[in-house]
Ligand binder design. Sequence first.
Ligand code: 5AD
Ligand code: SF4
Length: 478
Amino acid sequence: MKKEEFVLPSLKVAQRRTKARSNIEKELFEIPHEVKNLGVDRSFYLRTYGCQANERDGETIAGILETLQFTQVNTPEEADLIILNTCAVRKNAEDKVLGELGSLKRLKKTNPDLMFAMCGCMAQEEEIISIILEKYPHVDLVFGTHNIHRLPQLLYQAMMNKERTIEVFSKEGDVIENLPVKRFGTHKAWVNIMYGCDKFCTYCIVPYTRGKERSRTVEDILEEVKELQDSNFKEITLLGQNVNSYGKDLGLDGGFAHLLEEVAKTGIERIRFTTSHPWDFSDAMVDAIAKYDNIMPFIHLPVQSGDNDMLKIMGRRYTVEDYKETFDKLKAKVKNCAFSTDIIVGFPNETEEQFQRTLDIVDYCQFDNAFTFIYSPREGTPAAKMKDNVAMEVKQDRLNRLMEKTNGYARQQNVKYEGMVCKVLVDGPSKKNKEVYSGYTEQNKLVNFVTDKKLNPGDIVEVEILEAKTWTLKGKQI
Ligand code: 5AD
Ligand code: SF4
């Protein structure tokens, strides 16, 4: 296939937003007759990097491949098709994928028919596609985040016609329903409620790789939740880059608060959601979380920085005072609520004073968990054009100081649970010790516990917490 025949991503198109509403497409996915048995006697290995949206996409990709009769295997050595489902949020995530693509190439020597596919957020980047075209000729298929539903046709082209195939749409297109799914969990599941992001925080590549914000309908979401409930799933996590914006594009009354209530009324045991942007966290949402016992008291609320000027340059739309107000409301209204956050250090020109204010907000909130990152410039974002006067050693030092603080609070928050009895959703025997079970509390804390009973994944049991560590709790079933 000639280069002209590839469908390549365009940053210009990805940056654009139109008022046009996305359609809900229920019949777009189809399997052409000649592709139906493509996977007979063939296996695939899928590796997913990055966020939960990618994990959930991985389940769709696996679902499509199994519909085409491929068999999933657990090591790349056994596979006829290797798929890397990639993340673009920071450069180190990309370097990992490119390294992996390089090292897996050796497998083509022993298996010349082996196919490599790359998809996910990296596939949406112009720069990455140029690198793949130039330096990774062994990658046979590239598809993006907006055309997963085209996988049957694209695979056929790459596999049967033996043509290098690159198809990446830059415009997000519609909300596509009724794609196959292979759930990787047995009692916990992801449920997409919306796709894309329109916040355009100045450091973030996601609005370009995942397109404009578009919501699924309440009915389609509830139908999926009920199906999961019927299949014995106990916990669902509602997914969106910013769930607080849910329904705005559809002009739905009540937005995410209404959806949360409707999902809670299904009676499914545990509901979680991620991610919430502090800017549009409404009082109605706080009230809904407080009202229903099956909405878990655990909020991931990325603060990013504790300095108002920095928040402005980041394009976050809230001040530290706004953040504290939302945090305080949740803390006051939602009983025994746990909080996690995301923080970026070393944003261009961040001063020591500004960094100190980030430490101050950590002292104020005393997060149960914090994901901390050094700023990574992303091509095409406004921040990538900013001159930066902060040396990498300074950024690393700030990250270390920040982590020391956040780890301290993580441990301190866990210690509060010593002596308490928590409800734990059982995942199964612990990875390290088969005599011990592990699971998560309502506040999303990992508990390893002993019991004299035989438990199954999906059971909810009461565990007395005996000892707190920084990242886990130890206990015994009562
Ligand atoms: N550099 C560093 N961290 C980033 N994040 C997003 N973009 C970048 C970037 N360019 C972080 C934010 C976000 C989390 C998912 O990743 O903290 O909340
Ligand atoms: Fe990125 Fe901001 Fe959207 Fe989150 S809300 S995905 S940080 S642009």
